[in-house]
Design a protein around this ligand. Structure first.
Ligand SMILES: [Zn+2]
Length: 87
């Protein structure tokens, strides 16, 4: 399947929105989505929708984000690709 790239006049290509509720996502939310769902996913969810999907509390998702940051997970830092260590 081909992915169509739609170029919009405003350069907001770095922005990602929750697939479910449409809220703009933080880089942490994108990272935790990758962590919880699939590293290669291009479908992201906000903390609230992730919590709902996994049937956990929002705090649990936030705690996970905090945990992965503390262990130095590269998805949660700004290490350029190529230097990342797989966990
Ligand atoms: Zn959402």
């Amino acid at each position: 399947m081909k992915t169509l790239k739609i170029s919009s006049p405003t350069s907001n290509s770095d922005r990602n929105f929750c697939q479910k509720c449409g809220r703009e996502l933080t880089s942490d939310e994108i990272a935790i989505t990758k962590k919880l769902i699939n590293r290669g996913t291009s479908t992201y969810y906000c903390v609230d929708c992730l919590a709902e999907a996994f049937d956990v509390k929002r705090e649990d998702i936030r705690a996970k984000i905090q945990y992965f940051k503390e262990i130095g997970c590269t998805l949660f830092s700004s290490v350029p690709p190529g230097q990342k260590m797989e966990l």
